[in-house]
Design a protein around this ligand. Structure first.
Ligand code: ASP
Ligand code: MG
Length: 405
């Protein structure tokens, strides 16, 4: 007997037929003698619909009310999954995040989990019941409903696996696991059998949409081993765990593409100490997430700063910069949204050289121009023209022989 936490994402519970299929899978796991805790997302599209409705009644809805509203998406699915299980003779009970003892801070729409009280769930498990928990939500110390940020059901699952000391944590989604690249773009992409937390994290934050990055960070911190796999078949997925020595033999583990970035160019700002500090302070105060930053050498007393931000933050960024430029004595802001970020990731980069050269060479041979470059210990990212990024992903994938892993 093992204790298993399973998480089913929005497409896996997308309609009543899918919910019935998922219920059978859950019952199968229970019938093998395991203790089962299930986390579910809202049905695919529901969270977005709820947000659209909120904006239709108020352009800038309060975050407290948004949480109140968004939490119902997951509450629909927990009840339906529990009913579907009961319908096939399984003993199941649904729990909201608060009922499951998930306590968070008070930061609505991106709350952090502060603790989980496992007692109520332990009691249900002892009684042999399957527990269906609403993902993406919790409650603060005053009982107010909070949500954990988009994609937060992953985090709920990882946190429950840690709190309940589960033997296994399975993240069910609509893909077979983590691939060397998006298989829709790179036809010969391969499923990765095992990947380290760090690689998974870099891939997740570089545009691979398999999992929410905060949940991967949490898993790394509490050493929760988990498997990403498909709810549509029984194929083995990808195991995500602590780095082990053999992983460094592979130089590049995967290629990720992020099309949701924009490039911001701040030109002709006075080239003196404090200019960059003022620019990025203003962006930070406006909660704009800045990624790649490049500053050119100053000429004739002025310099240019270029950086990337999520496209959803561009308007906020421009608004935050206007007063700063006025204050430091000039400069212009331009935004380019027709760009994309391509990243190659692998823990092997720590011990192998020549990765950047191979990547740049492969792009050069394809005639793809690089606009920005940034690197970390295990990642190299470049910004290129949006129209060329899929081709670039294929070229980079081939250059690192990722179809042969
Ligand atoms: N329903 C939430 C969202 O769409 C949480 C999740 O799916 O993980 O972001
Ligand atoms: Mg999701």
């Amino acid at each position: 007997m093992a204790r298993i936490v399973q998480k089913y994402g929005g497409t896996s519970v997308g309609d009543v037929e899918r919910i019935k299929k998922v219920a059978e899978r859950i019952k199968g796991t229970r019938d093998e003698g395991n203790e089962v805790v299930v986390v579910v997302s809202a049905r695919a599209g529901v969270t977005n619909e709820l947000i659209a409705r909120a904006k239709a009644v108020c352009p800038d809805p309060s975050e407290r009310e948004l949480d109140q509203l968004l939490a119902i998406g997951e509450q629909e699915t927990i009840a339906l999954v529990a009913m579907a299980l009961q319908g096939i003779g399984a003993d199941a009970v649904s729990y909201t995040g608060a009922q499951a003892g998930i306590f968070t801070d008070k930061v609505h729409t991106k709350a952090k989990i502060q603790g989980i009280n496992p007692k109520p769930m332990e009691k249900e498990l002892k009684a042999g019941r399957i527990i269906i928990v609403a993902g993406f939500q919790g409650a603060d110390d005053e009982g107010r409903i909070t949500t954990l940020g988009r994609g937060g059901s992953d985090l709920t699952a990882i946190a429950l696996a840690a709190a309940l000391k589960a033997d296994k944590c399975e993240i069910y989604t609509d893909v077979d696991g983590v691939y060397t690249a998006d298989p829709r773009v790179v036809k010969n992409a391969k499923k990765i059998p095992e990947i380290s937390y760090d690689e998974m994290l870099e891939l997740a934050s570089s545009g691979s949409k398999v999992m929410q990055s905060r949940s991967v960070e949490f898993a790394a911190k509490y050493d929760v081993v988990f498997e990403v796999r498909s709810s549509f078949n029984h194929n083995p997925g990808t195991i995500v765990k602590k780095e082990v020595a053999y992983m460094e033999k592979v130089v590049v583990r995967g290629v990720a593409v992020d099309k949701d970035q924009a490039k911001v160019i701040v030109s002709n700002i006075v080239d003196k100490p404090g200019s960059a500090a003022k620019v990025f302070r203003a962006l930070a105060d406006a909660s704009v997430l800045v990624d790649m930053i490049v500053q050119n050498v100053g000429r004739h007393g002025v310099a240019n700063l270029t950086f990337t931000v999520p496209q959803t933050d561009t308007r906020k960024a421009v608004k935050a910069l206007e007063p700063v430029l006025a204050a430091i004595g000039g400069g212009q802001v331009a935004v380019h949204e027709h760009i994309a970020k391509l990243s190659v990731v692998g823990v092997g980069m720590k011990t192998h050289s020549g990765v950047a050269a191979t990547l740049f060479q492969s792009l050069a041979e394809a005639g793809i121009n690089i606009e920005l470059i940034s690197t970390s210990e295990i990642k190299i990212s470049v910004v290129i023209d949006l129209d060329r990024v899929e081709e670039a992903a294929r070229v980079a994938h081939a250059a690192f022989h990722l179809d042969q892993v």
